[in-house]
Design a protein around this ligand. Structure first.
Ligand SMILES: C[S@@+](CC[C@H](N)C(=O)[O-])C[C@H]1O[C@@H](n2cnc3c(N)ncnc32)[C@H](O)[C@@H]1O
Length: 327
């Protein structure tokens, strides 16, 4: 592992070093308090992350998972626009910088200049400390609201932030992101309400002239009947000792559920179909639930389909289907 390259492993190493300085159990207690706080649904008018140990706990507990979720969304964007790379990036509500790590990793060959904006100074300070020498970013205090004014930028990321905002502030943020950026990637928890916030943001982006690059195969209306289901995906994240302390259990991983939209102002080729549930593997057949331009559908791939059957067995929730040629 190259310790100075942005990756899941270097992020974990930086987070582990951070917790070294905290008294035993202090991080677990702070995480438990923050989880209780985040379960509340009302947006607050002051930062929830109050001091360094809150922030260190939040970072160690959540950053590996938000990193993986944002990373998956960015790779889906890259698949739709392989020749595009951002020269500048603004991470709004960026906190300790998980999305900035993911962006630096996704375009590692030429990472953009990143600006992280957040109203919580302790989060920015810790993010700056964690990223030192690995992710090149400027960390700036900024409040999201109707007065938010973003400098023009290639890419805006907004990860796990909309939930913390009032509806008016969510609209102001997405509208301003659409004005300032060439590409906007928004990630939320993979819950029914997270999906609803994504759909509302997706509509605002399309109305502002964007096309959807991922996860959808088109920029038309989402075929999910409101209230019956929600589009979301899953990223596997290794559990740290802090996770085991807070949640108990012995599984070495957990699955982070997330919903997202990546939309662009430049030409992109969205997938022709996407696997929207974990594929079910039965004897001699694989059942795929798909979202395609003509809507939601199911496909059963059997041994009789030859090489496609092997590809179906390897297909994962969130993948493109049929698989794109790799030549
Ligand atoms: C759940 S955290 C997500 C942080 C980061 N984007 C990530 O994915 O790990 C939400 C972040 O939004 C920030 N935030 C919430 N409301 C805000 C506001 N009105 N103005 C600026 N930042 C805000 C919080 O301080 C926090 O850092």
């Amino acid at each position: 592992m190259n310790a100075s390259a942005p990756s899941a492993a270097s992020l974990r190493a930086a987070l582990a070093a951070l917790l070294d300085g905290l008294p035993p159990n202090r991080a677990a207690q702070a995480v438990e308090r923050l989880i209780a706080n985040y379960r509340g649904t009302t947006p607050t008018d002051a930062p929830v992350l109050r001091d360094r140990s809150d922030v260190a706990a939040y970072a160690a507990y959540r950053m590996p998972a938000t990193f993986e979720a944002v990373r998956a969304a960015l790779y889906a964007l890259r698949d739709a626009a392989p020749d595009w790379a951002p020269g500048t990036h603004t991470d709004v509500g960026g906190g300790t910088g998980a999305a900035s790590w993911a962006v630096a990793e996704a375009w590692e060959e030429g990472p953009p200049r990143t600006t992280v904006l957040d109203w919580a100074e302790p989060a920015l300070a810790l993010g700056r400390e964690l990223a030192a020498g690995i992710v090149d970013a400027e960390w700036r205090r900024e409040r999201i609201g109707s007065a938010l004014s973003l400098a023009d930028t290639d890419l805006v990321t907004v990860s796990y932030v909309l939930k913390e905002l009032t509806e008016a502030d969510r609209t102001a943020l997405v509208t301003e992101a659409a004005r300032a950026a060439q590409a906007v990637v928004i990630v939320e928890p993979g819950t029914p309400d997270g999906y609803e916030r994504i759909i509302a943001a997706r509509t605002l982006l399309i109305d502002a002239g964007f096309t959807v690059a991922a996860p959808c195969p088109h920029s038309g209306a989402c075929p999910i009947v409101p209230g019956t289901d929600w589009c979301h995906f899953s990223a596997r994240v290794s559990r740290s000792s802090l996770h085991r302390k807070v949640k108990g259990g012995s599984l070495p991983y957990e699955d982070e559920k997330y919903a997202y939209v990546a939309a662009v102002r430049f030409p992109a080729t969205p997938t022709t179909g996407r696997v929207v549930r974990r594929p079910q593997i039965r004897k001699g057949q694989v059942l795929l639930e798909l979202c395609a331009p003509e809507g939601l559908g199911r496909e059963t791939v059997t041994k009789r389909h030859g090489p496609l059957y092997k590809q179906a067995r390897d297909a994962e929730w969130g993948d493109s289907w049929p698989p794109e040629d790799e030549g």
